[in-house]
Design a protein around this ligand. Structure first.
Ligand code: AR6
Length: 171
């Protein structure tokens, strides 16, 4: 089945999907932005589970249950902090999407929703991040995952992803 990609304006803590992705920090112990929203909505059980996971280096990902979230799983990934573009940020951002999808596959997730990783507190320019997100997902050899949702938290980001997806032939 071909992989379906779509963009949606939503708060990802409300999505009833197999996995939502969290733009976490390396401690996996919560923070601001989408990370804070996910921990608030999931409740203390998520933090408890995260404590057992240890450190997550930039570009890698870890998976937990969804606890009180409608989503079955949370995939936590640490995106790169933007340092001007010469510090491997693009490759690390792509690794976040790829490694999150590897975990989604391994846990039988069919529908996965990504926030715009690194484009908030981490300062990655959203216009550069969106094409990396879309290209990396398209290049991923998905077998079980059949739908990827780009969960946009602003109208600007939604328009950005819609225009990116419109440029993909055959989608
Ligand atoms: N649903 C979907 N997207 C959201 C939500 C939400 N509920 N809330 C924010 N966004 P950020 P980062 C968007 O800052 O840049 C934390 O402190 C937001 O508008 O959450 O990867 C962590 O602990 C933006 O487009 O993540 C880390 O320390 C995108 O999510 C650090 O921030 C990412 O913004 C990670 O920074």
């Amino acid at each position: 089945m071909p992989l379906r990609l779509r963009a949606l304006a939503a708060d990802n803590t409300t999505l009833r999907v197999d996995a939502i992705v969290n733009a976490a920090n390396s401690s996996l112990l919560g923070g601001g932005g989408v990370d804070g929203a996910i921990h608030r909505a999931a409740g203390p059980g998520l933090l408890e589970e995260c404590r057992g996971l240890g450190w997550c280096p930039t570009g890698e990902a870890r998976i937990t249950g969804g606890h009180r979230l409608p989503a079955r799983h949370v995939i936590h990934t640490m995106g790169p902090v933007w340092r001007g573009g010469g510090a491997g940020e693009a490759g690390l951002l792509a690794a976040c999407y790829r490694n999150s999808l590897v975990l989604a596959e391994a846990h039988g997730c069919l529908v996965v929703a990504f926030p715009s990783i690194s484009t908030g507190v981490c300062g990655f320019p959203p216009d550069l991040a969106a094409p990396i997100a879309v290209e990396t997902v398209l290049a991923f050899p998905a077998q079980r995952v059949h739908e990827v949702v780009f969960c946009c938290f602003s109208v600007d980001d939604l328009l950005r992803y819609e225009s990116e997806l419109a440029g993909v032939p055959g989608l």
